[in-house]
Write a protein that binds this ligand. Structure first.
Ligand SMILES: NC(=O)c1ccc[n+]([C@@H]2O[C@H](COP(=O)([O-])OP(=O)(O)OC[C@H]3O[C@@H](n4cnc5c(N)ncnc54)[C@H](OP(=O)(O)O)[C@@H]3O)[C@@H](O)[C@H]2O)c1
Length: 292
């Protein structure tokens, strides 16, 4: 973990020492920044009653910028890195969710930002990428769903790399099928890994890029969840965001956007007002809907 950011409000710290966490959060608020180009006024902060957000993958990059922006808007923010929550390991996800639910009665905002892009391309890379970017994220989100408060917001930090246009038409249709459920989605993703192992994925219509398929999968999960939550009286909105190409460890130094710019659309979705007609089940870049 980056030692520069580790001491400030990590999940482990929040669980161990709520007092320390509050002072860390107060310190965050003092130094909080509104992302460039947004003009939302800071809300008055009451540590015990302000909305609670969880941002995964917030040790650096876009997740850190999202966490800072939400803090600036008056939310209490729990941030995680791999040391607190490793999406690659089910036992880590389960332990984190259990501890989180013990420490916090309710959750207002969940930003599923953590993601990985591994070097190379083989069945192991495919399996690990799908595990972190889709299955681990799904496991965490499903575990926390019952504690989401009315008007809660769930944001999946996805990517335009996950547009279904990277798939052959029959696979496109399968991922976009409005009756697709979790089991069907998991089966499609397992099929991808199996096809990569067998060397048949290209013939089957998958790209030779595990990251792309993982974001296709994350977007499909967003739609599944939004469909389920459409009948939930809590009016929870779930949307996916593409941050654009961002200068982070993952995006590299040549990317045109700063992490703060990349955070804008996820933050906008996380702060959607609790009003009828708030978008849910959409995919957004620069606060505009984009094609799946
Ligand atoms: N950068 C871009 O151009 C770009 C474009 C489109 C979409 N995105 C998406 O934006 C999100 C953030 O990306 P970024 O560019 O900010 O990446 P980054 O700088 O590499 O940061 C990734 C974050 O995810 C965490 N993480 C990595 N593997 C994890 C795992 N197995 N379990 C839990 N957390 C894990 C990291 O924690 P540690 O520090 O502990 O490793 C770190 O906090 C990702 O979902 C990415 O796919 C990025």
């Amino acid at each position: 973990m980056n030692p520069q950011v580790a001491p400030r409000g990590t999940a482990a710290e929040v669980f161990r020492n709520p007092r320390l966490s509050r002072s860390a959060l107060a310190e965050e608020r003092r130094r909080a920044l509104t992302p460039a180009g947004t003009s939302v006024m800071l809300l008055p902060v009451k540590a015990s009653s302000s909305p609670l957000a969880l941002v995964t993958g917030a040790t650096r990059g876009i997740g850190l910028a999202i966490a800072e922006a939400l803090t600036a808007h008056g939310l209490r923010v729990v941030r995680t890195g791999r040391a607190d929550l490793d999406l690659e390991r089910d036992e880590s996800v389960d332990a984190f969710a259990r501890d989180f639910l013990r420490a916090h009665a309710e959750l207002d905002v969940l930003v599923d930002n953590a993601g990985a892009s591994f070097d190379g391309f083989d069945a192991d890379v495919a399996r690990r990428t799908i595990q972190v970017n889709v299955l681990g994220t799904m496991r965490l989100t499903d575990a926390l769903l019952s504690k989401m408060r009315p008007g809660g917001r769930i944001v999946m930090v996805s990517s335009g790399m996950g547009e279904v246009s990277c798939l052959a038409p029959d696979l496109r249709q399968a991922f976009l099928d409005p009756s697709l459920d979790r089991a069907g989605l998991v089966a499609l993703l397992e099929r991808f890994v199996d096809e990569v192992r067998a060397g048949t994925h290209a013939k089957a219509g998958f790209p030779s890029n595990a990251y792309r398929v993982s974001k296709v999968g994350l977007n499909a999960y967003t739609r599944i969840l939004a469909r389920e939550l459409a009948s939930d009286p809590r009016r929870i909105a779930v949307n996916a965001a593409c941050p654009g190409w961002v200068r982070t460890k993952m995006g590299g130094p040549g990317a045109p956007r700063s992490p703060e710019e990349g955070a804008r659309t996820p933050v906008w979705l996380a702060l959607l007002p609790n009003e009828p007609g708030a978008p849910s089940g959409g995919f957004f870049r620069d606060q505009q809907p984009i094609a799946w």
